[in-house]
Design a protein around this ligand. Sequence first.
Ligand code: SF4
Length: 786
Amino acid sequence: MRRCNGARRPGSLSSTIAQPAAVTAADATTAADVAATTIGPAAADVAGATDVAAAAVSAAAATPASAARAQCPYCGVGCGLELKPPAADADPAWTARGDRHHPSSHGQVCIKGATVGETLHHNRLTTPLWRERLDQPFAPIPWDRAFDLLVQRIRATLASQGPDGLAIYGSGQFLSEDYYVANKLLKGALGSNNFDANSRLCMSSAVAGYTRSLGSDGPPCCYDDLDLADLVLLIGTNTADCHPVLFQRLLKRKRKCKEALRLVVVDPRHTATAEAADLHLPIRPGTDLVLLCGVGHLLLELQALDQPFIAAHTEGYAALEALWRRWTPPRVSDLCGIAEADLRLLARWWAEAAGVLSLWSMGVNQSREGTATVAGIINLHLVSGQIGRPGAGPFSLTGQPNAMGGREVGGLAQLLPGYRSVANPQHRAEVERHWGFAPGSIAPEPGLAVWEQIEAMERGELGLWWVAATNPLVSMPSLDRVRAAAARCPLVVLSEAYAGTETAAVAHLLLPAAQWSEKSGVMTNSERRVTLCPAFREPPGEARPDWAIFAELGRRLGFVPQFSYGSAAEVYAEFTALTAGRLCDLSGLSHALLAEHGPQQWPFPAGTAPGGGQPRLYGPETPWPGAAPGQRFPTASGRARLLAEPPLGLAEPPCAVYPLVLTVGRYLGHWHTMTRTAHVARVVKQHPGPLLEVNPEDADRHGLVDGEEAEVSSRRGSLTARVQVSARIRPGTVFLPMHWGASQPEACEANRLMHEQACDHSKQPELKAAAVRVRPAAGGTAAASS
Ligand code: SF4
C-alpha cells in the first residue's frame, strides 16, 4: 500500500512524540498525600486507626480549589483533561478541556470529557442512609453506626454461611487504590474470592482471550499504532461513538492521505464508524468467529502466512489449519450474510498490509463465544506475524476508564494483584506474604463472577452483597431476575456517589462515596498508560473515598496493621511493590513520580527513567522486561497458542416466535447508566431519548411506523420504545441503547430483555444479542401488514 509523504514508518514514532510537560506539585499533589508523610500509618488500636483515616480523608477535603490535570473518568481511551475551578461560587461547575500534554490524547477530547465538570455536583449522596427492610424509607445514620452495622453483619454471615456468603461487585470506575483495598479486604482478610467488577460485562473475554492465547493479559499495542497500521480492522466496536478520540485519530490520518490506511468495519449496524470505512461487513449477529475462520481459510489460499514466525513462536498450528479448511468462502458468506467478494477483499487486504491492527470491544467480548472470538482475532495476527511490532497487533479497547487498572490489581473473581491467579498456590503465597496474612488465608478457588453472585442470592447463599460505583439494576442482563435476587439478600450495601440510582431501590445501606475529582489515585487506560488523578474538589457532605471505606472496615474487623494507610499514595506504593517481576511490572511508579513526570506506560520496573515505559509487548528484542532468552510469549513454552475453536453462534438464535435479534449499544454523548450525563443539557438535547432502530424491510413485515411506539418482547419481558426506521441496521436485527434505566423519565430497560448465558471461559454474558418479537404497541396507530 502506498504511504503518503509524512506518514510515520514503523519504529519512528515513539521518538517523535513530545514528552508530557511536568505537572507541578501544586497541581497534582493532594493534601491526603501530604498527610501520608505527616501522619504515620501505624495505629495502636481500632479507634486510633479510624482517626488516622479520618484525618487523611478530611485533609483531602481541605485542598483549596486549583487547576488540575487528570485522566477523563469516562471511557477506556483515557484522555488527559485539564480542569479549571468554577469562576464564581454561584456556579459549582468545573471547566474541562483536553490536556495537550497527555501522551495518549494530545489535547483531544469528546463531548463526555468536555462536559464532565458540569456533572460532579448534581444529585449527590452526602450521608450514610439505612433501612432495615426494602419497603421502608431510608434514614440518615452516622458513619460510626454504618460501620457497626457492617461489622456485625459480616461477622454474622461468616458465622452462619462462611466467607462464601460475602460478595462485592465493584467497578471499572474505581481508582486502582479502591480496587486494591477492596480486594485485599475480601480475598485476603475475609477469605472470600467473591470480588467481581462490572468489567465482567465489558472486557473479561479480552482478559481470558489474551491469557489463553498469549500467556498473559495486557494489550500488546499502543495508540501510536493507529498512526502506523496500513489496515485497521474494527470488529465489534462502534469506535466513533464509544471511543471517539481514537476514532478521530484514525479519521484525521485518513483525511490527510486516504490511501495510507484501509479501514474495515465489521458490525451489523451501519454506524458512524462504518460510515468512514473502506469496507463495511454487516455480518449477522453471532457470526464474528465464522468470519475470522473464513479470513483464515483465505490466508491459507493466498499463501499469506508467515511460516517462519509460526514455526518459531507458536504452537497448535495443525489443528487451526484443519479448522480453517472447513470454513470455505461460500459457507462463510452464507452464514455471515455478506458478499463472498467482500470477504475475499478483506483477506486480500490483510495479506497485502505491512501492518494490521485489529481493534475490538464489546461487540466481540459480550458473547457466549467471546473468548474464542478474541482467540480468532489473535490467531490471524499470529499466523501472519502481525504482532509485537509497530503498527500491528490485536488491540482490545477497554470500555471503562480504569478497567485496565482493575486487571492489574486483580479486580475479578479469579485474579490476584500483578496478573496473578487465585488458583495458583505460589501466587496466593506471594500475595498473602505481601499483605501480611497467614498462609492459606486466600481461598484456592475462583470466587463468584457477577452472574454467579446473582444466582447465589437466588438460592439464599449470600448474606451480604456490596455493590460499589456501579449500577447493575440497569447494566446487567435479565434485570427482573437481578431485581428479584437482590431482594432476597439480607443486606445489600451500595457505595455510590449519586443519589437515586436504580440499584438504590434494592439496597439497605447507602454509603456516600467520594468520586473521581474528590479523591487521589491512578487509572490505567487501554494502552497501559497510568495517569495520576488528584483530588481537586472537596467531597460533598460526609462522602469518603471507596478505598478509605474498605480500609476502615478492615481495621474495625481487627486487621489494623494491614489496613492502616495514611493516604492513597501509600496504598499505591504497596500495590506496585507487589507487581515487581511480573509482566505488568509497575514497581517503578508512584504517585510522586506520576505527579512530577506525568502519565507513564507499563511495564515500568523499578529504576525505569520517566518516559521509559514499554509501548509494545512481545517484540523480538524485549518481549517484556525480564523475559527469558528466546521466550517471546509468557507461556510455559515461550510460544503463543493457536486455538482451534469452532464457532457456536448465538446462544439464543431467532425463531418463529421471536424472529428478530435485538442488539444493544451506546450513544456518543451518554455514559452507561447516565448518572452523570443525564445532567448535561447539551447531551440531553443531542440524545433526548432511546430509539428502536428497525430496518425498513422489518418495519414493513411487522407493521411498524417511524416515530410510533413499538412493543419489544423477549423470553424475559417486554418494553415499549419509539421506532426509528433506518437502513443503518441490517434486516433481521433491531437496536436499542442501554442507557435509560427505570428511574429515567424516558425509561427503556433494554437489558431487561437480554439473557445471561455467558462465555464458558470468561463468564461474560452475551449482552449483545437476544431473540425478540416487535409489534406496534397497544394503542398505537400502526397496523400489522398482511
Ligand atoms: Fe473521555 Fe473517552 Fe471521550 Fe476521551 S474519548 S474524552 S476518555 S469519554
